[in-house]
Design a protein around this ligand. Structure first.
Ligand code: OSB
Ligand code: MG
Length: 379
């Protein structure tokens, strides 16, 4: 049995230095959701060093506050001016000790997750354990689906067919006003039996209840985040009007949010994203609370590079990840990834990268080519 995260006491792990890079990877296909279109993926990459070991984390905030309110500029400033100077040179017994240093700050979950997840990778490597095992997960593969951006109906039908044929276990369609019921009618007519869901990224209001109720006719697994990004209450009202389960994404940024949503039946499935909730510890608390409510969870995605993708895959080995996640093949997004290991699903199953920590290594030469800037921190 691997040691449990909280016991027995370990020698503390000192963060000798930190390297913060801003990285840009072009997307193979632009990704459109109700809030806008992404043409490339820009993200902060954090490397924490201890002895000869390195831990890697990826930030999922957008350049502008499109999905949630954090942004890359706000994250970089907080990391440079407060978090990284404060933690380099310090030793932490476990991720809980690091979390305690950051919890007094309000919000900024994605920024905190970047640091926390990099430390988990480092800590797991120091214990010579795969991250998933250390988190309490099991198994060497996870079930995955895909998230398809907004596009012409005919093109979407082709993409549904291609991904269904590749074995993806669930197809999620992005929707927005004017691109919803007609799309569903066309996809359901062509694919009557596939696991299908929709994600609105907060583009509807309760005034759309009647339209959303028509979605009950399409046998969806769930409707993801139909209403405001910072709402829970109206989702409970909407759920009382629908048969289709609602799945909250944006609205769940802490275990306290999850509790309120679960207690009021505002969500019957939960999308967990490491960045949105502040890292693995809070993700696991949400995972456990959902399990207690017998509510399944699944792992969302933010078009991550191999670093964030590997972090997601390890988290998805926890037992209540009972629905396919969005952690699909990296080759769907990028011509080339920054990791040596290629994270590719086959038949809707994504292998868990073996080895200590997140199990993937940086392709330094390519990383240098796609790095926009680097900051180094040492005590
Ligand atoms: O709502 O899940 C979302 C991408 C960017 C912002 C928000 C979301 C998404 C996705 C993409 O759905 C999932 C992926 O393929 O990584
Ligand atoms: Mg979503």
């Amino acid at each position: 049995m691997p040691p449990l995260p909280d016991s027995p006491p370990m020698p503390p792990l000192r963060i000798d230095s930190a390297e913060l890079r801003l990285v840009r990877l072009p997307l193979l296909t632009p990704f459109t959701i109700s809030t806008g279109t992404m043409y490339d993926k820009v993200f902060p990459l954090l490397i924490l060093r201890s002895g000869g070991l390195e831990g890697y984390g990826e930030g999922v905030m957008d350049p502008q506050p499109d999905y949630l309110d954090e942004t890359i500029p706000s994250a970089m400033a907080l990391l440079r001016e407060a978090i990284l100077p404060q933690i380099t040179g310090q030793a932490f017994e476990n991720p809980q000790a690091l979390e305690r240093v950051m919890t007094h700050w309000r919000g900024h979950q994605m920024t905190r997750a970047l640091v926390e997840t990099a430390f988990w990778d480092l800590w797991a490597k120091s214990l010579n354990l795969p991250l998933g095992r250390l988190l309490g997960g099991a198994g060497d593969q996870i079930e995955v689906g895909v998230s398809l951006g907004i596009g012409p109906v005919e093109e979407t039908l082709d993409r549904v067919r291609a991904h269904h044929e590749q074995g993806y276990k669930r197809i999620k369609l992005k929707v927005m006003p004017g691109h919803d019921l007609a799309l569903l009618r066309a996809v359901r007519a062509a694919f009557p039996d596939i696991h299908l869901s929709v994600d609105a990224n907060s583009c509807y209001t309760l005034a759309d209840s009647a339209m959303l109720r028509q979605m009950d006719g399409f046998g969806l697994d769930y409707i993801e985040q139909p209403l405001a990004w910072d709402d829970i209450h109206d989702h409970a009202v909407l759920q009382s009007r629908l048969a289709t389960p609602l799945c909250l994404d944006e609205s769940i940024r802490s275990v306290a949010d999850a509790r309120k949503a679960l207690q009021t039946d505002a969500t019957r499935v939960v999308n967990i994203k490491l960045g949105r909730v502040g890292g693995h510890l809070e993700a696991r608390r949400i995972h456990d609370l959902c399990a207690a409510f017998e509510v399944p969870v699944w792992c969302g995605g933010m078009l991550e590079s191999g670093i964030g993708r590997a972090q997601n895959i390890h988290m998805s080995t926890l037992p209540n990840f009972r629905k396919p996640g969005d952690t699909s093949s990296a080759s769907r997004y990028f011509a080339r990834d920054i990791t040596v290991e290629k994270l590719e699903a086959s038949g809707g199953l994504m292998p868990v990268p073996p080895g200590p920590g997140i199990g993937v290594h940086l392709d330094w030469a390519f990383l240098n080519d796609v790095t926009l800037g680097t900051d180094s921190f040492a005590p």
